[in-house]
Design a protein around this ligand. Structure first.
Ligand code: F6P
Length: 521
């Protein structure tokens, strides 16, 4: 079954043609507000400002039913091999499971492994936070650097920034890019004697991460000798042996498992920076929040299921209205890195054009995810959102309460702007002068936290993960592989060797050859 063969999808298409020009404001009344808004774990979701009525939503839910979404959800939670191209289970949900019910992967219950690793994490982070873990010269750790990229960077960085109100005294740094500008800059900020490095790489083969880690390791060896490495380097990887060969002793290596994808891994030891930054108990609260959303996703009927509704809205805009992009605009500086995180989560997961049947799909898949914080964004790209030829569904995200006692008025200004933008996009404003006219009817979701806490943030992040999974299921693609990143990595190795070996004659196309020549000189 796929979108083309689904009879509910045909009905949805036919009905869509009838209502596609209807005004959102025409749908909006108290009854709709009740049906399209939800409270979950301290978060208010408002889906009422969308170009969909109850009938079209009904058809889209029928599509999900016809495509047996529920069996897909079950298969994921049970640990079936749903990542078929890599022959892997997909079990980020097991990492936050709050019960001891077994989850079996290839005949082995993984829950005790997760609990044991969590205990190791707890002991380790408490040692560091309580100043019992000492650097080589006997001083306690003051700074932690996460060396990693993609899923080994974006999740932890986003969460730690979002939970600034819950921080331990440790100073956190992130080194992701291979641009030496970042490394130089980092080295100016830290004291080698009191810094701990987390080398986070699921594959332990990522060029950027390994090169940066090697550069820093060399600095330690030159300054203090080889023995210093064990005091300052910890690793998280599925490749324990590679980490050992790299010089990180086994005791300093936290395992990762192939059943957790990089972009879904902040709940695993790959998120080790998180408990260091906010304490172990808050890390557990983050997982508890995610678990609550997991339970909701698993057990709630499709009509009231938050990640399912979010995914159906993506289907509506991507595949019926044919809008190509979706914006995520946090009106909360705490969520500054959320759009970056969502870009990897959604675009690396669903940017695929071959379906589960290994054939090219004939429908649109992953749309383009982008965004930045408000109100800044209002003064840069909101012009296009209001009057451009493209329609961009927007996800507004904010926090209702405010911890800054001194400037609570500013927070109200922030929220007033967000609410007004959603209203303006929807209602528009008629003006007989065309360039002053606002057509309106531009859709948005509003997500309002009571407070951004470890638990509520955990729930929202799990919501986005499950939304991504549902979208992939409806598009019949595998959300959990990423073969599209490989070709560039392979060619970069050839190009690097061509840049370094100036005696080699170049065999690329003329444009590429010319660029390499410029770097060589
Ligand atoms: O190149 C893409 C990617 O493989 C991502 O999927 C992953 O999150 C990132 O690189 C980092 O990978 P690793 O954790 O193996 O270093």
């Amino acid at each position: 079954m796929n979108l083309e063969s689904s009879s509910a999808w045909k009905q949805a298409n036919a009905y869509f043609k009838k209502i596609k020009d209807s005004k959102i404001t025409g749908f909006l009344d108290e009854a709709r507000l009740k049906d399209f808004t939800f409270e979950f774990n301290g978060i208010y979701f408002d889906f009422s400002k969308h170009r969909i009525d109850a009938t079209l939503l009904h058809y889209l839910i029928e599509v999900a039913k016809e495509m047996q979404l529920n069996s897909g959800i079950d298969a994921m939670f049970k640990g079936e091999i749903i990542n078929k191209t890599e022959q892997r289970a997909v079990l980020h949900t097991a990492l936050r499971q709050q019960t001891t019910s077994p989850v079996i992967v290839k005949g082995h219950n993984i829950i005790p492994d997760i609990k044991e690793t969590d205990e190791r994490i707890k002991t380790f982070v408490n040692q560091v936070i309580n100043k019992q873990w000492k650097g080589y010269t006997g001083k306690p750790i003051t700074d932690v650097v996460n060396i990693g990229i993609g899923g080994s960077d974006l999740g932890p960085k986003m969460v730690i920034h979002a939970l600034k109100d819950f921080r331990t005294p440790l100073k956190m740094h992130f080194l992701s890019n291979i641009d030496p500008f970042q490394l130089d800059n980092l080295l100016q900020q830290i004291d080698l004697e009191t810094t701990l490095f987390l080398v986070v790489s699921k594959s332990f083969s990522t060029q950027e991460t390994l090169t940066n880690a090697q550069n820093i390791q060399q600095i330690y060896i030159e300054a203090f000798g080889k023995e210093a490495v064990a005091h300052h380097f910890v690793s998280v990887t599925t490749q324990v042996e590679k980490a050992r060969l790299f010089g990180i002793p086994n005791n300093n290596v936290f395992p990762m498992w192939d059943w957790v994808g990089g972009r879904y891994s902040l709940w695993s030891p790959a998120g080790l920076a998180i408990p260091l930054a906010i304490g172990y108990d808050n890390f557990i609260a983050l997982k508890q929040g995610a678990y609550a959303m997991d339970q909701h996703f698993k057990e709630t009927d499709l009509k009231n299921n938050l990640p399912v509704l979010a995914a159906l809205l993506t289907l509506l805009y991507n595949n019926l209205y044919q809008f190509e992009t979706e914006a995520y605009i946090p009106y909360a500086d705490k969520l500054l890195f959320l759009p970056d995180f969502l870009q990897q989560l959604m675009m690396e997961s669903n940017g695929k054009s071959v379906g589960l049947d290994n054939k090219k799909v004939s429908w649109q898949t992953g749309n383009i995810i982008w965004g930045n914080t408000g109100t800044n964004a209002q003064h840069s790209f909101f012009q296009l959102l209001h009057q451009g030829t493209k329609i961009v569904p927007v996800n507004f995200i904010a926090e209702r309460t405010n911890k800054s006692t001194n400037f609570s008025g500013n927070h109200k200004i922030l929220l007033a702007n967000m609410i007004a933008q959603a209203e303006a996009l929807m209602t528009g404003e008629y003006n007989e002068i065309p360039y002053k006219n606002f057509e309106g009817n531009r859709p948005s979701t509003t997500i309002l936290f009571d407070e951004i806490s470890p638990e509520s943030l955990g729930s929202l992040l799990a919501y986005f993960e499950h939304q991504t999974f549902v979208e992939a299921w409806l598009w019949q693609i595998n959300a959990f592989d990423q073969f599209g990143v490989e070709l560039g990595k392979k060619l970069a190795k050839n190009v690097l060797s061509d840049i370094n070996d100036t005696s080699k004659s170049l065999g690329h196309d003329v444009s590429t050859n010319a660029l390499i020549e410029r770097i060589r000189t």
